[in-house]
Design a protein around this ligand. Structure first.
Ligand SMILES: Nc1ncnc2c1ncn2[C@@H]1O[C@H](COP(=O)(O)OP(=O)(O)OP(=O)(O)O)[C@@H](O)[C@H]1O
Ligand SMILES: [Mg+2]
Length: 262
């Protein structure tokens, strides 16, 4: 059991910081996401669950701009961002981690953080850069490392980090762009059981400092514990959105999972 978040619980009246309206996406003749209407409230911790292949990663891809919607809209802070490139969405406050790791294993933790900070400032991913930029990027990288509890690993090679610490580093890279909304795709994937709780504590701390979190996750005990609301995807459609208690008691959710193995 992870201790309760100290973040204020968003009310039903809180304005959506992120919303999708009738969002549809597909590949070739296949529709993979269909008619998704989802509102994420400012400051909310919202988890997205669903069986394998339900469309969870695809949804994050369309929200972050990796995939372009076939129809419908994505709004961030009330503004239409449906057609924006991913980098422009990042600049508007939308940050995203991927289901699989995207770090440079042969560089140190601090070097990865600096590159993350440079990239978030619109700089190139170069280890040779102008000194003033480099100093600022190093500083914000180190600050982000502190936020996820990795300051003491700054000089270590990423290849030597545990999976849990690599996941924390990915979150630190995300924080370099100072996002209002974090999209996390299975942050605990590949992380050993004993490392899950410290990692979840980092995510909850980041949320408690005022950021909105949208987390795709398979570990139900974490989802139920951490989330203000849970959205359930099934076969590319949004089955339901509600409080953990509502969703766990929902018969359609139970039947969607029936026979699924993870
Ligand atoms: N670029 C693509 N080209 C073709 N099919 C795709 C593509 N991206 C996703 N799909 C298909 O869309 C469906 C949804 O995939 P997606 O990765 O979004 O599911 P998911 O809910 O994230 O699953 P998991 O829990 O396994 O991560 C799957 O059937 C997948 O094969
Ligand atoms: Mg996925």
């Amino acid at each position: 059991m992870v201790e309760a978040s100290t973040a204020p619980t968003p009310t039903d009246q809180a304005a959506p910081v992120l919303a999708t309206h009738a969002l549809t996406w597909g590949v070739g003749g296949f529709t993979i996401l269909e008619d998704i209407d989802l509102e994420v409230r400012t400051g909310e911790f919202l988890s997205v669950i669903g069986p394998n292949g339900a469309g969870k990663t695809s949804l994050l891809n369309v929200i972050s701009g990796t995939n372009i919607a076939r129809s419908g809209r994505v709004e961030l802070a009330g503004e239409d961002i449906t057609g924006l490139r991913p980098a422009l969405r990042v600049r508007r406050g939308l940050g995203r981690t991927f289901q699989t790791s995207s770090l440079f294993p042969n560089l140190t933790v601090a070097e990865n953080a600096r590159l993350g900070a440079q990239a978030s400032r619109g700089g190139s991913l170069s280890l040779i850069s102008r000194p003033r930029w480099e100093d600022a990027a190093t500083q914000s990288g180190l600050q982000a490392l502190g936020e996820v509890g990795l300051a003491n690993r700054a000089g270590d090679l990423v290849a030597d980090l545990s999976h849990g610490d690599k996941r924390k580093l990915e979150i630190a890279l995300l924080l370099c762009s100072d996002p209002d909304v974090l999209l996390l795709d299975e942050p605990t994937a590949g992380v050993s059981v004993e490392e899950v709780e410290p990692l979840v504590r980092v995510i909850r701390d980041v949320h408690a400092r005022g950021r909105t979190v949208v987390m795709v996750e398979h570990r139900m005990e974490l989802v139920v514990d951490a989330s203000d609301r849970i959205a359930v995807l099934h076969n590319g459609r949004l089955l339901t959105v509600g409080s953990p208690d509502e969703v766990m008691a929902d018969a359609t959710v139970q039947s969607a999972y029936l026979g699924e193995t993870d």
